[in-house]
Design a protein around this ligand. Structure first.
Ligand code: GDD
Ligand code: MG
Length: 360
């Protein structure tokens, strides 16, 4: 038996960073809630028991995933009254674990899309005899992450969460948010108070001489923390660049869910997904975009790298690039919105209200 804890709570995820009403783990990426991809990948790697450690109400997840049996999993939900931090969340679910004290328990950050070979991480862990093993990846700018320098054997020498000064940027290897813990290490995290694994548990373990092992690999990896990253991740799932057994259809330029309607001369490309009941009008060109359920894209609209929320409407000839249109919002005809614009849920932008290009 292999079991895993999925971290899907915390303060940041309570906000609606995507300008859509659904909490982030349940926003559809390539047609299904993002969490479905992580669960399916864990299952494919032999995981059969998953505990969702959350600080939302389980009502958000349970109607969709239930007891996990449809996915071949035994799935449990544990809700924190107040967010306990990443380490506190692990300690809070420790009593649900079925593994023995020395057995490996997988832990995943709930906002990561990756092609990680989960079995290889467990094998590395077992072979090295480590207390905790961490998936590491290299990024051009590590400042928003946990920096994890290692020695020649891959043993972790320090853990520096969100470095503040240039001197602290000692490596481009970062914590990729997938771990294998020896079960007894989780049991030893203090109970009943917030604990950060990144700021408290890992540095404390290192100071006490524990063995933390890093596994660097260059597979597909993306933190879906920003709306732009979420849109990219959804498109990469559709294109097949990000592997997931949960994508409901063939990989390719587009994924059109069964009840969506697409005009014959509309052009969908770059991993665009069109959700249930959504409509794409004549002559529209949609690239690298997630159009959520029930949204309408009117004729001649041109949309690139954007998220169109559930039930939203994009008017005729409107041009969007790198935009998030919130659930139920309307962007009227003949607008032009560019990188970073977020239209809040249910907002209405009249026809011809905003443009970026010159009047000429
Ligand atoms: N249950 C629960 N309770 N989950 C939590 C809590 C909490 O109080 N706080 C955070 N989480 C979950 C989040 O939902 C997310 O899935 C994961 O833990 C990591 O938290 P983030 O808030 O997304 O952290 P981050 O992205 O800034 O940094 C983390 O991820 C990076 C990789 O993306 C750290 O682990 C970094 O070291 C790492 O590099
Ligand atoms: Mg994150």
């Amino acid at each position: 038996m292999t079991e895993a804890i999925l971290l899907v709570g915390g303060r940041g995820t309570r906000l609606r960073p995507l300008t859509v009403r659904t909490p982030k783990p349940m926003v559809p990426a390539a047609g299904v809630p993002f969490l479905a991809h992580q669960l399916a990948r864990a299952r494919a790697a032999g995981v059969d028991h998953v505990i969702l450690a959350t600080s939302y109400l389980a009502e958000v997840f349970e109607p969709y995933f239930g007891d996990g049996s449809a996915l071949g999993l035994s799935l449990e939900y544990v809700t924190e009254r107040d967010p306990l931090g990443t380490g506190g969340a692990l300690r809070n679910v420790a009593a649900r674990l079925r593994s023995g004290p020395d057995e490996p328990v997988l832990v995943f950050n709930g906002d990561i899309l990756t092609g990680l070979d989960i079995r290889a991480l467990v094998a590395t862990h077992t072979a090295s005899g480590a207390d905790v093993s961490l998936h590491l990846t290299r990024v051009p700018d590590p400042r928003a992450f946990g920096l994890v320098p290692t020695d020649r054997e891959g043993r972790v020498t320090a853990f520096l969460e969100k470095p503040q000064t240039p001197e602290e940027i000692v490596t481009d290897q970062i914590n990729a948010g997938a771990y294998v813990f020896r079960r007894s290490v989780i049991d030893a995290i203090p109970a009943g108070r917030p604990v950060s694994v990144e700021r408290e548990t890992f540095p404390g373990l290192l100071a006490a001489g524990a063995h933390l092992q890093g596994m660097v690999d260059a597979t597909y990896w993306l933190d879906l923390g920003t709306p732009q990253a979420f849109v990219r991740g959804s498109a990469d799932l559709v294109l097949g660049r990000a592997p997931s057994p949960a994508v409901p259809g063939r990989r390719g330029e587009r994924l059109v869910l069964p009840t969506a309607t697409v005009a014959p001369d509309a052009k969908l490309s770059g991993g665009t997904v069109v959700g249930e009941g959504a409509e794409i009008g004549p002559g529209a060109r949609v690239t690298g975009t997630a159009v959520l359920a029930g949204a309408v894209v009117e004729q001649g609209a041109q949309i690139t790298d954007s998220l169109i929320g559930a039930g939203a409407r994009v008017g005729a000839r409107t041009v969007l690039s790198g935009v998030v249109v919130g659930d139920g919002a309307t962007v009227g005809p003949d607008n032009e919105l560019r990188e970073g614009v977020r239209v809040w849920c249910d907002a209405v932008l009249p026809a011809g209200a905003v443009r970026f290009s010159s009047d000429a």
